[in-house]
Design a binder for this molecule. Structure first.
Ligand SMILES: [Zn+2]
Length: 455
């Protein structure tokens, strides 16, 4: 009897394995977006000349998903500091026209590298540009919009049966920059005395082909891409992590989505060796997850999107702004000129800003995409409430319009609390409702993607 059972078992095993099919499809596409000529670089106001070459290429990468019932969504990742609605809306409008994708189906995620080109009007009051540099930015931006629209289309055309899964790893080079002196960080780290909230999770999405070959990896980390501040283009630590993963896994596409790292810096920093080392640490954390048991994504994809009107603390009147155009401070004067142009075009300043909040549900994973430079309090609060192992909070998505402080950081003030608004050309700090408005919007979007439960 036993031998018959064993024989039956071995016959079953001898059969070619029937791969389990989730019914999901995935498609990848990529394009180099390194400017071919010297261009002004984004993220630091202190730079006084355009770029001089590159460390490695900057990339735009797309990952298209199609669920078992035919719903399609595309994630685009960019090795750039930020994009505004001038770029994001144009790309998403093209995806609607050419691919029928509404805004809930497209995410455009910026790595926030401070070694990429200035794009469109993003952070424009920070830079001292002459006319020829301004023209270069316009031409580059127009080309970028066209290539992103094409990239989305290419990734959809490349859809093929795939297995999607996710897991979470950890790495610790992000340091809260509001509560630790940069030069003290090595000593503080050694004595376990680093202070302030951090989020060291490394969420990972793995896409395999139906045959089980690694096809794409998306990784997240909540930390500024500010190891480097020089004149060579690079994706900073996130770029190095992508290069390393794509080298060790030939044929795979590695993508980076920044987390809520607005108040987090990679410390210590400022050498190429450190950027490479943090990239290696991140890649290692990803590899640890890839060999671990991952949660398979099954069932349908659900997507949801809204724009929340965030209010400003105050709207200055026209005479005050006119006075500010004449002050000695370059950034205050250039913001004032931007605001005056807005008054001329629209008759008044907008009292609110349309802030994008997006949620995707992939199986058990709730993936939240927030706009702007979001401080770490948001990911900690959302993950504490939603379950840290099944919630991924991404930031710098769809529109990087400003820093997004929590209520705590808004009250404390400083750069992330309100000081940085001037660089983004916004009239004042956000009002006190910001955190509750954003968290409520996330709650509404999560409800909208909730699986339908049987009664
Ligand atoms: Zn930043």
């Amino acid at each position: 009897m036993t031998s018959i059972l064993l024989l039956a078992a071995s016959l079953v095993l001898a059969d070619p394995p029937h791969p389990h099919h989730s019914g999901w499809q995935a498609g990848t596409a990529r394009v180099v977006i390194t400017p071919p000529e010297p261009m002004w670089m984004a993220g630091y106001g202190a730079r006084d000349r355009p770029s001089q070459g590159k460390i490695h290429d900057l990339w735009a990468k797309a990952l298209a998903f199609r669920d078992p019932i035919g719903r399609t969504a595309v994630l685009v990742t960019l090795d750039v500091c930020g994009i505004g609605p001038d770029v994001s809306n144009a790309v998403r409008d093209a995806a609607k026209t050419h691919n029928g994708l509404d805004r809930d189906r497209i995410v455009i995620a910026c790595s926030h590298t401070h070694s990429g080109p200035v794009i469109g009007k993003n952070l424009i009051s920070m830079y001292r540009l002459d006319d020829s540099q301004r023209r270069r930015i316009e031409v580059y931006t127009k080309g970028l919009i066209e290539s992103l629209a094409k990239l989305i289309e290419t990734s959809i055309k490349a859809l093929e049966p795939a297995e999607v899964a996710w897991g979470t790893g950890r790495t610790d080079f992000a340091v809260n920059r509001r509560t630790n002196n940069e030069q003290d960080v090595p000593a503080l780290r050694d004595s376990l005395a680093l202070k302030g909230p951090v989020d060291h999770d490394v969420p990972v999405l793995r896409v395999n082909t139906a045959a089980g070959k690694l096809k794409a990896v998306v990784m997240g980390y909540a930390c500024h891409c500010t190891v480097l501040d020089g004149y060579k283009f690079s994706g900073d630590y996130a770029g190095f992590a992508q290069v390393e993963l794509e080298t060790t896994h030939p044929g795979m596409q590695a993508m980076f989505v920044a987390g809520c790292g607005a108040d987090q810096n990679p410390l210590p920093r400022r050498t190429v060796e450190l950027a490479e080392r943090y990239g290696h640490q991140l890649a290692e954390a990803v590899d640890d997850v890839l060999i671990d048991s991952l949660h398979a994504v099954e069932g349908p994809l659900a997507t949801s999107y809204e724009e929340v009107p965030l209010g400003f603390a105050s709207i200055p009147d026209k005479s005050f702004i006119e006075m500010q155009t004449k002050v000695d401070d370059f950034t205050i004067a250039s913001r004032a000129k931007m605001l005056l142009r807005q008054i001329e075009e629209k008759g008044k300043l907008d009292p609110t800003y349309p802030y994008p909040v997006q949620v995707w549900r992939l199986g058990d994973l709730t993936w939240i995409f927030l706009g702007g430079e979001v401080v770490v309090d948001y990911s900690l609060r959302l993950k504490a409430n939603l379950g840290s192992s099944r919630t991924w909070v991404s930031a710098y998505c769809n529109d990087v319009m400003a820093y997004i402080p929590s209520w705590r950081v808004l009250l404390e003030g400083g750069y992330e609390g309100g000081g940085a608004m001037v660089y983004y050309g916004l009239p004042s700090p956000w009002d006190g409702e910001i955190e509750e408005k954003i968290v409520s919007a996330v709650g509404r979007r999560i409800k909208a993607v909730a699986p339908i439960k049987a009664p």
